[in-house]
Design a binder for this molecule. Sequence first.
Ligand code: ZN
Length: 587
Amino acid sequence: MEFNDRWDLSYLYPDFGKTFQKDLESLEEEGNQLSTLLDDETLPTAEKLAMLLDKSEILEAKLDRLGTFVSCTLSVDANHREANVAENKLDMAYTTLIPVLTRIDRFVAKIDDLESVIGQSLKLQKIAFILREMKEKAKHLIPKEIEPWILEMQLSGGNAFTQLREKLDSTVSVDYLGESIPLSAVRGKAYDPDPRVRKDAYDAEMASYAKIELPMSYCLNSIKMEARTLAKAKGYPTVLDMTLDDSRMDRETLDALWTAVKEYLPDFRRYLKAKAKYLGHGNGLPFWDLFAPIGSSTKKYSIEEAHEILLREMGKFTPKMAEFIDNAFKQRWIDLYPREGKTGGAFCSSVHFADRSLVMTNYQGSFSDISTLAHELGHAWHNRCMAELPYCLIDEPMPLAETASIFNETMLSYQILKGCGEEERLYLLENGLMEATQTVVDIYSRFLFEQEVIDTREDHAMTVEELKDAMLRAQDASYGDGLQKEARHPYMWACKSHYYWSGYNFYNFPYAFGLLFGKGVFAQYLEKGSAFVDDYCKLLRMCGSAKVADVAQSVGINVRDTQFWRSSLEVIRKDIDEFCRLAEKKM
Ligand SMILES: [Zn+2]
């Protein structure tokens, strides 16, 4: 079977012509209509609220259609002139809509008898969670009079430091063996099969940070200072409490997660030491070999083979999944191959009003490319499960966003590992463990580090030396003797952009949560078999309409219980055991 390798966007708009422009221009009018409705003091509250929600659903659908068309066009054709112009216009239109949309939040916050208002309308009952959350969150809204000033000051504060950090990162030139290359290129060499290349790249990378460490430290200290100020202004005891609230998560859940992670750190260190030994290192792995490839997989899969594998293996979960994936291929939801002007990586974008998704990949035929397809199609399956819901119930918090994608990845590798030879097996296990180590062990070190920076910031701005020292101590606490003491990475705080996204703090634990939650859900499937399929879809449907713990509880998972996290980590421990056995055998 032949597949068309380009996705079909024509159901969004034929081009950037008349229909597109008309929708774009209508946004202002949509905003005005919402404002007029908000100004109306004569309508009964329940009726007014229902009308506001209907109106904002229409607006969301329009933004979805316009935004998806622009961003997907640009993702495969970065220099598309009309799309670039449209992107700017859309950004501006959106900025003027934000104050109108927050007015809805403030309106809900002011309804004293919210519960009785909800009781009056079936429509409102369906979205009661969001309404209650709006009311609850109103406690943490910055006073209306000051908000515009704070937003404006952030442009020259946190946002400006975010931009400075990006400039520093993208413009610093790294001296790699006499040649000047960008930082991203030198970091890419960490995956090179040649050990000399990896070591030279690491040395070059370390030397380059010295050129930008001082401004980087100012960026980090300032962004975290702003986070402290905002948390205070919003009435949160700490920055972490603010982040957890935004993530619909509680402390108990986070503590249970970290308690289990700490218990399993010795297993991850066992894996790192086995990998070190395999690569010929005596006492733990040097940082430059964390991403070194092990084993080999020369196998290449055509897209027809990938399609067949996905249908066969994912169909074992439920035939509906196979049918769904087949449709995604046939209805051209996927833009498959790399080409000039197309961005790297992969993503899945939901087109909610059309009950579709759009998947972009850069397929080149490796097994990990098939795994990426499974991952992104997992997101698409998640979107399908939410198809019946209104826009206000489809935004899942960060910790739950990767549930279906991790589930799919785990399912695929579980099925494939069952039937492959030892060489292939070692390669696949190592690939999975390398990623899991980043998502669990490295993420834990990032959490510890960020916590220390935010705490210390109450007293003073940390110097470069203090930051380097804090980073090494965080790596000690997580990697332990899995890493060579004299070959750690004191500049990871300058390397990872996540610390610098003002407005997002602790952009680390959701990754660990996501991976281990997805694996834990998969463990439930292994236990319950096909009886779990309906529960699984119910869980995915609920991701945007309840607190994280309640979403999990709907399928009997208690995320506040350390035992649940242990069961997920146990899945990884089994892979570590097998990896160590195979690596030992190969030496
Ligand atoms: Zn994903």
